[in-house]
Design a protein around this ligand. Structure first.
Ligand SMILES: C[S@@+](CC[C@H](N)C(=O)[O-])C[C@H]1O[C@@H](n2cnc3c(N)ncnc32)[C@H](O)[C@@H]1O
Length: 262
């Protein structure tokens, strides 16, 4: 069942602002920091999870753009971070087309500011809902050509789709709309059966939009029918870590992969 979309509501901790807090951004309020600090007390590696996830996004988008992918559909945009999908893709290929989709009114307001000046039509924002794949694809189709390969990016959003059958159906519907040669970049937090689950359950009582932690097997199922790029499905921190990166890559409770549609 679809959770209710929260309106702009500062007294309640808010999912995109909490994530922005963990990512080291500046778009959060006291209530988000209070819940974020409690989350961190319950599950200290959460900052590593957030950083690992952003680094995975950057590496995968850069890899795909370098390999020739010129269209990106990033669903569950979140608040702008230091580096975003269009920054990475368009640094490699300035004409790359990027469509962001989110259903949150706060994200929408920030996206307008983020995309201000991107008037050349290469980057667009769709106020759309992952539950409504048909409308979302139709709107994205004003910027993207779906007969050409697209990289579909779903990072840290499927936890907001609590029912696993819904998540599988949604991913399958989106992938079905993509041309051969398209890719799915997907990453999400996974249950550790302990402190991470306790922190998420606290969030689900305090925050704006519930989250579920899936098992690794459940996440891996979302790549059914796709050919996984090396190194396959695993901890995102270990997905092609870059030589010369700062520090040693860490494996946290965040799993994902890049799958190719043939
Ligand atoms: C945790 S943030 C992840 C942001 C970004 N993808 C990342 O990995 O850093 C999850 C985002 O998904 C969005 N979201 C949640 N449910 C959604 C839905 N049904 N349709 C569209 N966006 C949704 C939230 O508003 C939020 O911005």
């Amino acid at each position: 069942m679809r959770p209710e979309i929260p309106a702009i509501d500062t007294p309640t901790a808010h999912s995109p602002r909490l994530w922005n807090y963990f990512l080291g951004g500046k778009d959060h309020y006291v209530v988000d920091r209070q819940v974020g600090d409690l989350f961190r007390l319950l599950y200290p590696p959460i900052d590593d999870v957030a950083r690992s996830s952003r680094a995975f996004l950057v590496r995968t988008v850069r890899h795909l753009a370098t390999a020739g992918v010129r269209q990106f559909l990033d669903i569950g945009t979140g608040l702008p971070a230091a580096v975003n999908t269009h920054d990475v893709a368009q640094q490699v290929a300035p004409g790359a087309r990027v469509v962001y989709v989110d259903n949150d009114p706060v994200v929408l307001a920030h996206a307008r500011a983020l995309l201000h000046g991107a008037a050349d039509g290469t980057t667009a924002y769709v106020d759309g809902d992952l539950y409504n794949t048909g409308a979302l694809l139709e709107a994205a189709g004003r910027t993207l050509a779906f007969e050409q390969p697209v990289a579909l990016v779903l990072t840290n959003i499927l936890g907001h789709i609590p029912d696993h059958a819904d998540a599988r159906r949604i991913v399958a519907e989106l992938v079905a709309a993509l041309a051969p040669g398209s890719h799915l970049v997907l990453a999400d937090s996974t249950t550790d059966g302990g402190r991470f689950d306790a922190a998420v359950s606290m969030w689900n009582q305090a925050g704006s939009l519930p989250y579920v932690l899936r098992t690794r097997d459940q996440l891996a199922q979302l790549f059914d029918g796709l050919e996984l790029l090396e190194p396959g499905f695993g901890p995102c921190g270990l997905w092609r870590p870059e030589e010369g990166g700062i520090g040693t890559p860490v494996a946290v409770d965040l799993f994902g992969a890049v799958g190719r549609k043939s």
